[in-house]
Structures are given as C-alpha cells and as structure tokens.
Design a protein around this ligand. Structure first.
Ligand code: GAR
Length: 212
C-alpha cells in the first residue's frame, strides 16, 4: 500500500477531510511545523502518528527544509500533501519531492496566489472564486493543476462567508485529487496533469449573477 504524509500548520480541517476519506493508502504521519497546531490532537486521537518539526528550532530555511525532508523520507512517503502548511518551501526541497508534492490553495489559480485570497477576491470584484489542488513547483502557488472547484461570490459576502463556502469545496476536491494520484489515475505530462478516463460531463456553466 502506498504511504502518504500530511503537512499542517494549524486547524487541519483539510487533513481531517483527507483522513476521513479513507484514501487507498496509509497515512504514515501528520507533520506540523508548529507544536501548537490544533490538527495534531485530532490526528493523534485517531491513531495517526504525528510529529513536529518546529521551524523556530532551525537557523535557516535550508536547515528546516532539510530536517523536514529527512522526516518525510523516514516515513516512507510516496505522496506529500500540504494541507494548510504555511511555510514557503525551498527549491531543493521542492525538487526532492517533485511529482509527489501536492498543495491546496484557496483560490482559482492562477488568480490570487499568496495569502488573503478571499479578501483579494472581494476587493477585485470577481464573481466566481474557488480553490485549487496542484502539484508544487518552486514558484509559489503555480504548479500543474489537478482539480479546481468554483463557487459564486454573493452580494453581502464577507471574507469569512466566502472562505467558508470555498472551504466546503476544499474538503471535497482534496481527497478526490489525492485518491486520483494514489490510484495512478492522474499523472504529470509535459507540465500538465492528465486524468485517465476523465468522464467529467460537460457541466452547465456557473453564471453569477444567475439567470433571471
Ligand atoms: C485552507 O483554506 C487552505 O486552502 C489554506 O489554508 C487553509 C488551511 O485550513 N492554504 C493556504 O492558504 C496555502 N497557501 P485547514 O488547516 O483547516 O485545512
């Protein structure tokens, strides 16, 4: 069975969605860069091994990333899932796990990379927002896209209401992407993600505001 690790920095709701999805693999560890990450207790209570690689204990980003990479390798991970892991990773780290390092980002990339995506969406006035699961490349938030989900931006939305609408989709698409990779139903080809047997029906368009 394939092994995967999940990296978190905080709440860990995406981690919970991944573990609850009973993916075809073994979660060999939940690793946090913060000892106080709330998600650690949730994972431990379910018998998932947890560990902390505290970024504050390292003099440099390179040293931290080397220790993190060693911990991931020690867990025998075939797949590394970043789930609210709020550290920028160095190029050597990303290269080391290229093709098996995946992230979820709360926007429809390439729109709104970086932080505060929901505030940016509201400020820009986009009518459609969402989330993206993608392979990680050295450039921040711009690797090959595996799955996206779109939600409407509604009149009266705040960053919090919009974040909640997007998060509900995150919890659906991240397990779907991870399952696809573990089952080898999607692969990287020429810098793009190809799904085998992609039978996605031609969905009706999401028009916002909706038709009258
Ligand atoms: C999620 O919305 C995730 O997409 C985002 O942080 C949140 C973590 O929540 N990740 C990023 O912004 C990465 N750039 P969670 O800890 O409850 O999964």
């Amino acid at each position: 069975m394939k092994k995967y690790v999940i990296l978190i920095s905080g709440r860990g709701s995406n981690m919970q969605a991944l573990i609850d999805a009973r993916l075809p693999g073994v979660c060999s560890a939940v690793i946090s860069n913060r000892p106080d990450a709330e998600g650690l207790a949730w994972a431990a209570a379910r018998g998932v091994p947890t560990c902390v690689v505290d970024h504050k204990a390292f003099a440099s980003r390179d040293d931290f990333d080397a220790a993190l990479a060693a911990e991931i390798e020690r867990r025998g991970a075939d797949l590394v899932l970043l789930a609210g892991f709020m550290r920028v990773l160095t190029e050597p780290f990303v290269r080391c796990f290229e093709g098996r390092l995946v992230n979820i980002h709360p926007s429809l990339l390439p729109a709104f990379p970086g932080l505060h995506t929901h505030e940016a969406a509201l400020q820009t006035g986009v009518r459609v927002h969402g989330c993206t699961v993608h392979f990680v490349t050295p450039a921040l938030d711009c690797g090959p896209i595996i799955v996206q989900a779109a939600v409407p931006v509604l009149a009266g939305d705040t960053a919090d209401t919009l974040a909640a609408r997007v998060l509900a989709q995150e919890h659906m698409v991240y397990p779907r992407a991870a399952r696809g990779i573990l089952e080898e139903r999607c692969r990287l080809e020429g810098g793009r993600v190809i799904w085998t047997h992609d039978t996605t029906p031609a969905a009706a368009a999401l028009r916002v505001p909706a038709d009258e």
